[in-house]
Every structure is written in structure tokens, then in C-alpha cells.
Write a protein of this length. Structure first.
Ligand code: HPA
Length: 266
């Protein structure tokens, strides 16, 4: 961790970010618009390369709307074979750099049948169905406690703020529960039925590990999903990663203006 932090500080003129943003599939473009320093993951000691289509793989630092922000342009996933510790390491790095608020974004399938592709959804809560937990293992008491409370991971005040920003921009916004699977296969219709019965509105393969670790470290979290497709069995269409990227592309400009407005208001 010391090597990671030293490298980042040296190469960003000691930039101290207050807000972190993890940009999901197809949403990384936001960081292209605002970039004071960009460090490829492969250059940062102990970071891993991101190689999924639609992900760039760099840490971007920028002052946006008067706020100091660090952005992950592309994230690492559990399904790539990385460990939970590896994929959540950047969250711990953000915490050590000074981040207080973390905005988590992703592309997700709609479990809720009233959602439409390219809708944006504020995450109100999650269900961890990945079959593991990133906090398993020895606990580092300097970061957080052994048994962290999880009763309000996605902070109510941030949800309200995001909703207000969406209203101001005349963006119809959904709210709902994000259900995380390990992937990489998409779900079966029976699994999506199960997720709906359990209370899920959207399904995806990321975000939850980072949210668990960020909450544990004491970061305030806001989560936003871009609904990229109807989940398995919700429509007759077959699912494909290219559809996910194409649809997030359609939502991109709304997504970018919403994030910008949120940063202004934070
Ligand atoms: N399922 C799981 N992950 C996803 C989906 C989906 O339908 N869409 C985008 N990420």
C-alpha cells in the first residue's frame, strides 16, 4: 500500500481527492472530459490491468465543479479471476488518498419489469449473491471493524441529493435494489425470477464488493446503475456484452450530466 500511495502522490503533484468515482462498463468516457492526471493501472505498483471490452484501465485525477475527484476508468471484476482482495484494493487506496465519498456506477440488467434499457437507477440497497465476501480474512483494524454494520450502505442523504439533481435535469430516474452475481455467464430466467422474488430490481456482476469494502472503511456511498438490458427472461432477446455497451452508450450523455450535477451539489 505504501508503494502504491507513494507512486500516486509523486505522479499527481500530491493531489488529495475528496470524492472517488468508479466508472462501470461503457461509462468510462466521463473521465475523458476531465483529466488533470491519468495513471494507467499497469504503471501503479500493486494495481492490476483491466482488460474487459469497454474499459480503459486508468486512474484519473481531476478538479470537477470545484471538487477534487479520483476516477477509476474501468474496474477489475471477480469473474476475471482476480481475488476479492485484488478487486477491492483500489477502494482502500482511495480511502488512504483522502476520499470521503465514493460514487459507484455500473451497467446492470433490469429485473424490475417496469424498467427500460438506458434508464438510470439509484441503488438503494444491494443483495450479495456472489457467494463470497471481500472482508473474509484477517482484519486490518486500522481500516475498519471486524463486523461492520450494513444497515445504510447507500446513504439516504446522497440518494435524495441524486434524485434532486435528476429532477433538476428532467431525467426520469429509477430507484432500486442491486443484485450481484459472480458472472461471467448471464443469469437464467429462473435465476432472474428468484432475484425478483428476493426483492431485486437490477442485476450485475460488480459494485457489491467495492460497496462492502467502502462501507467498512467509513466511506459514504452513492450507487448508480445504467440499465443496459432487460435481464434474462424479461424479454425474448438474447443477452450480449455488445448490447450492454451499445445501450450504455445511449444513456451516456444523461449519465454524464447527472454525475456532473451531483458533483456540483456535493
Ligand atoms: N446480468 C448480469 N450482469 C449484467 C447484466 C445482466 O443482465 N447487464 C449488464 N451487466
Amino acid at each position: 500500500m505504501e508503494d502504491t500511495i507513494n507512486y500516486i502522490k509523486t505522479n499527481t503533484d500530491n493531489f488529495v481527492p475528496e470524492i472517488g468515482i468508479i466508472l462501470g462498463s461503457g461509462l468510462g468516457e466521463f473521465a475523458d472530459d476531465y483529466c488533470d492526471f491519468a495513471l494507467p493501472y499497469s504503471d501503479i505498483p500493486n494495481f492490476i490491468k483491466s482488460n474487459v471490452k469497454g474499459h480503459k484501465g486508468r486512474l484519473v485525477f481531476a478538479q470537477i465543479a470545484g471538487k477534487k475527484v479520483v476516477m477509476m476508468q474501468g474496474r477489475n471484476h471477480f469473474y476475471e479471476g482476480h481475488s476479492m482482495a485484488e478487486i477491492t484494493y483500489p477502494v482502500k487506496v482511495m480511502k488512504k488518498l483522502g476520499v470521503k465519498i465514493l460514487i459507484l456506477t455500473n451497467a446492470a440488467g433490469a429485473v424490475n419489469e417496469s424498467f427500460r434499457p438506458a434508464d438510470l437507477m439509484i441503488i438503494t440497497d444491494h443483495i450479495n449473491f456472489m457467494g463470497t465476501n471481500p472482508l473474509i480474512g484477517p482484519n486490518d483494524e486500522t481500516l475498519g471493524e471486524r463486523f461492520p454494520d450494513m444497515s445504510e450502505i447507500y446513504k439516504k442523504d446522497l440518494i435524495k441529493l441524486a434524485q434532486k439533481c435528476a429532477e433538476k435535469l428532467c431525467i426520469d430516474i429509477q430507484k432500486g435494489v442491486y443484485f450481484a452475481t459472480s458472472g461471467p455467464s448471464y443469469e437464467t430466467p429462473a435465476e432472474i425470477n428468484m432475484a425478483r422474488i428476493l426483492g431485486a430490481d437490477a442485476v450485475g456482476m460488480s459494485t457489491v464488493p467495492e460497496a462492502i469494502v467502502a462501507n467498512y472503511c467509513g466511506l459514504k456511498i452513492l450507487g448508480i446503475s445504467c440499465i443496459s438490458n432487460a435481464a434474462s427472461g424479461v424479454s425474448d432477446l438474447k443477452l450480449s456484452h455488445s448490447e450492454v455497451i451499445e445501450t450504455t452508450d445511449k444513456a451516456k450523455s444523461r449519465f454524464k450530466s447527472l454525475i456532473l450535477e451531483i458533483l456540483k451539489e456535493l
